[in-house]
Design a protein around this ligand. Structure first.
Ligand code: GDP
Ligand code: CO
Length: 398
């Protein structure tokens, strides 16, 4: 890949938030190009070996809830062979057992492709057992099963990736129409993570565009309703502490993102669809230096957040309706509002925005979502002892 060099990060405590990087070539060539030896270049070439070096240690978690099988199969076909896909499904098992259909398809696909994979149902006792035996009950409900929700599935995916011995974990939605876009996302993950100088790093994808039909023409929108609002308030949050107005944060709702495992295990998480915005809240709270925190290792090394713009347009299953969009706005803004370090003036502005969007009424606090503490609190050794890998596909950790 040939991609802009990340520079001019906004610093907030130990966090470095890099501006969006642009890709020049998806494939940067086989041989290392000596033209890049000059130190004044703004573009870098990331060689294949470096991408492969990350991908062999990268698990891709694919959250699924009642998506079309063809879409899921397309997503699988776009994931580079070296990566380990982890399909984490919360699909219905009644009246039709959709999970069984997914499992059969994934199994056949991976048998043909000779590919290792992990698959789990979010509500299965085998999955819940990892959290029971590891002494991390926060994720379990009264039935002793992993709670419903996208974030909850993602957390279970991180736990499986860590148990599988992976050093990085990325996320790709299962409702993507273009395998070529999926392929690009993974390459962006490996390119982004390979830039990390600290063991604590994250890559977030900014979509190039989203095609829509307007009238009878295709129109490529840049910003969705949700991300426009989320990013506006995230930047105000950051500006309050740095003292400089900024628009550096562009990926407040990036479902497509990847983290180094040490960082994935050190963040707090928030329920359902608020998880992506909450990454930033957790980073600012824990490593921003405003609140005291017992993280000398992370404060010393720093945390790097890379944002990279994809070249493919993003097209996913869009028939999820206005209700879903309003819920996303509500969740994204409420995690900012409820942050212990959210400035009072910003709380006021967020409340006004939620009223403008007709989401909350006057004098009502935004919804407070469930939060999950760091996954490093899970006893992985204990969980590993009792994990039966034959329940989860064809992957057996070394
Ligand atoms: P949007 O793309 O942000 O509008 O949201 P989607 O409804 O497409 O959800 C994003 C991804 O998460 C899709 O792949 C869904 O199938 C998946 N998903 C949604 N809810 C859940 C859930 O409760 N558990 C799991 N495991 N996946 C979910
Ligand atoms: Co979607």
């Amino acid at each position: 890949m040939r991609i802009e060099i990340p520079t001019n990060a906004e610093r907030f405590g130990a966090n470095l938030f890099y501006p969006v990087q642009k890709i020049y070539e998806l494939d940067g060539g086989f041989e290392v190009d000596s033209a890049f030896d000059n130190p004044f270049h703004v573009i870098q070439q990331i060689p294949y070996e470096q991408l492969y070096g990350i991908e062999k240690d990268l698990a891709i978690v694919i959250p699924v809830k009642d998506e079309r099988l063809r879409l899921l199969e397309g997503v699988l076909s776009g994931i580079p062979h070296a990566c380990l896909p982890i399909i984490l499904s919360n699909s219905k098992s009644e009246p039709i057992d959709r999970f069984r259909m997914e499992r059969n398809m994934v199994d056949t696909f991976c048998r043909y492709a000779k590919k290792k994979y992990i698959i789990a149902h979010q509500r299965s006792p085998e999955l819940a057992r990892i959290f029971t035996d590891g002494g991390y009950r926060h994720l379990l409900d009264d039935d002793g099963l992993v709670r419903h929700g996208k974030a909850e599935g993602m957390l279970a995916g991180i736990a499986l990736a860590h148990l599988a011995g992976k050093k990085y974990v990325g996320f790709i939605d299962s409702d993507n129409f273009f395998p070529g876009a999926v392929y690009e996302y993974v390459r962006i993950f490996s390119a982004g993570l390979s830039q990390g100088k600290s063991p604590y790093s994250m890559v977030r994808i900014q979509w190039h565009s989203k095609p829509k039909i307007v009238g009878s023409e295709l129109f490529f929108t840049k910003w969705g309703r949700v991300s426009r609002i989320t990013n506006q308030y995230l930047n105000l949050f950051l500006s309050h502490y740095t003292g400089y107005e900024t628009d550096v944060l562009r990926t407040g709702n990036a479902g497509e993102h990847a983290l180094s495992m040490p960082l994935a295990l050190s963040l707090d998480y928030s329920a359902g669809f608020s998880v992506e915005t909450y990454h930033f809240v957790s980073l600012m709270e824990k490593f921003g230096g405003v609140l005291p925190g017992p993280y000398p290792e992370i404060m010393k090394n720093g945390v790097e957040v890379f944002q990279i713009e994809s070249r493919n347009p993003h097209l996913h299953e869009a028939a999820k309706g206005d209700g879903h969009i309003r819920e996303m706005i509500e969740y994204s803004l409420s995690v900012l509002w409820h942050s212990a370090i959210c400035p009072a003036a910003l709380k006021k502005e967020i409340s006004a925005e939620l009223r403008r969007q007709k989401i909350t009424g006057k004098n009502r606090e935004p919804v407070k979502l469930r939060q999950y503490p760091v996954l490093s609190g899970l006893n992985f050794k204990a969980a590993a002892k009792t994990t039966d890998w034959t329940q989860f596909g064809n992957f057996i950790p070394q």
